[in-house]
Design a protein. Structure first.
Length: 214
């Protein structure tokens, strides 16, 4: 029997805490046999208005929580100027294309860096296509899939899975029967991985809260 531990991470590409969760995840998984699976969750699906960086809310959250955490972790991250912030449905349909071709994790990381380090509008099909090409995906096939809605049903099914797991915030990480919400420490994650590998699958009462999340 394989000792590989499945780690599922629900995220949205416009949530900075999802990018900040990468470091603890990589540290916790070092030397362990894990399977990491990124899962879509739209914080503000259409037609709900998305946030605007020129309003008070986003700068306040970034000054209070995002920038301090990023400095502690040594992560280069900046509040994007794209206004209003993009809807992520199209980017997530692109994720399904990438995941089918074994590049789901690479695609997710590219989206997060494009938005939070390069200030790119990841709601635009042309931007998504260029980013997909950068990680080795076929640009014409990727763009055709977006234009034709090839993966729309698969994305909707992924959102139904998120609803079934009662995902309300991101990042939410499930390792075995341990659920961690917000940005966990590497220690919390590693304990969850080791418990899952050892078969210690008695669920804890409620979720384990990490630091801030979206």
């Amino acid at each position: 029997m394989s000792d590989k531990v499945r780690i599922r991470i629900w995220s949205d590409y416009v949530c900075p805490f999802c990018m900040l969760a990468e470091g603890p995840l990589e540290e916790a998984a070092e030397g362990l046999d894990v399977e990491i699976e990124w899962k879509p969750f739209e914080l503000r699906p259409h037609p709900r208005p998305t946030l605007r960086p020129e309003d008070d809310y986003l700068p306040a959250v970034w000054e209070r929580a995002v920038y301090p955490m990023a400095r502690r972790m040594g992560v280069d991250i900046t509040l994007p100027t794209v206004s209003p912030q993009p809807y992520t449905r199209l980017a997530f349909e692109g994720y399904q294309y990438a995941e089918e071709r074994g590049k789901g994790t690479e695609y997710t990381r590219r989206m997060l860096r494009a938005f939070f380090q390069e200030d790119l509008d990841i709601g635009r099909a042309d931007v998504l296509t260029r980013l997909a090409e950068e990680i080795g995906l076929d640009g014409s096939g990727f763009r055709r899939a977006l234009d034709e809605g090839t993966y729309a049903d698969r994305h909707r099914e992924a959102l139904r899975e998120a609803a079934a797991h009662r995902i309300r915030s991101v990042p939410t990480i499930i390792v075995g029967d341990t659920r961690l919400e917000g940005v966990p420490s590497a220690g919390q994650l590693r304990r969850a991985i080791l418990d899952a590998r050892a078969g210690q699958d008695e669920p804890a009462p409620g979720a384990v809260r990490g630091a801030d999340g979206c």
